[in-house]
Ligand binder design. Sequence first.
Ligand code: FAD
Length: 381
Amino acid sequence: MDFRMSEEQQMLKDMVRKISEKEFAPRAAEIDEKETFPWENKKVLEENGLLGIQIPEKYGGAEAGMVSLAIVTEEVARVCASTSAILTTQALATDPLLIAGTDEQKMKWLKPMAEGSVLGACAITESGAGSDVTGIRTTATEKDGGYVINGNKIFITNGGVSDIIVVVVYTDKSKKHKGISLVVVTKDTPGFSVGKEEKKLGIRGSDTRELIFEDCFVPKENLLGAPGDGFKTLMKVFNYTRPGIGAQAVGIAQGAMDAVINYCKERVQFGKTLSEFQGLQWMMAEMALKIEMARTMIYRVCATIDNEPDSRDIPRLASMAKWFASDAAMQITTDAVQIFGGYGYSREYPLERMMRDAKITQIYEGTNQVQRIIIANSLLR
Ligand SMILES: Cc1cc2nc3c(=O)[nH]c(=O)nc-3n(C[C@H](O)[C@H](O)[C@H](O)COP(=O)(O)OP(=O)(O)OC[C@H]3O[C@@H](n4cnc5c(N)ncnc54)[C@H](O)[C@@H]3O)c2cc1C
């Protein structure tokens, strides 16, 4: 799939760069320090129609496609990774509805999320089930024309600030992955409660929660797709959301590289600016190379999703883009701290925050080990 940024996409990039610099950059350090959810930033994303950029207009979005979502995510992550997690999580919550929801379900839950008036979360992980989704223990048992959900989820991004939660459950455990289903639970449902907030290394402005379901009853209309279709839907969701995590990683890396370039032109040691030392120039060249490669991979898979949504290349390309971009971000932010020296280690500067924020991109939405498994499987099938 060939890719070239359209005039509209370039305008979108410029617009989000301006918004991010003006609104998100000045608040990024404080959000990290205080570990508070950035409601003000969420409002800015909503007001600018950025929370459903890839969702069809009919369901409240901008219908601008996956490349546009990657552009927006990168620009926001460049200054504030915690704020970009609102975008990536909203995509993780809306995509199951987009893929498996009926028209009625889409109008009811997808539309308000795409418009940005409410936030969503997607609850997969449990204490005994991370990389292996089939290890979940949460069940939804049929009763009185609906389902009774019991179980606990952990590490759920935006779990405490969302109105709509897509929950991964077993409707029939004996069928293993073919017994997994997706149900929508709204926050006011009796039997649903929000547990402890996770204290984290990075993206400290994102709300990471335990969610508890105790005899939580939802009507049958809350099931997404047919019973047992959940695993298949979820894998498709990840194909669409992993490039977004890649874009988040590229944004963090770009932010770090931009800071390095400015710093190296100013800082003088041995009577020269740091930018004159070839050892550091080569580190910067490597940063630029990796960012360019990662961004190209992300645009390629996003353009494939936009133009050939049924292409069999998508899972492999999505895993490659997420893996490469997140490893690049980790190395680039670590090198950026090194180039800043002691100042890089100091919380007075944003580099240490960027390094902490980059780490999660190697872990969530499938660790980079899991991405290797997916790529290998696609080669061997
Ligand atoms: C900040 C944050 C936000 C999150 N947000 C969400 C969310 O919104 N929703 C949600 O459902 N989950 C969320 N998660 C959970 C996240 O997706 C999981 O942590 C991740 O998938 C890894 O699962 P795990 O932590 O149980 O690690 P494990 O699966 O226990 O893995 C441990 C280690 O073993 C490796 N490993 C596992 N299996 C294999 C294998 N077959 N071969 C080789 N190596 C392997 C892993 O790569 C890892 O290094 C979040 C986590 C964090 C930290």
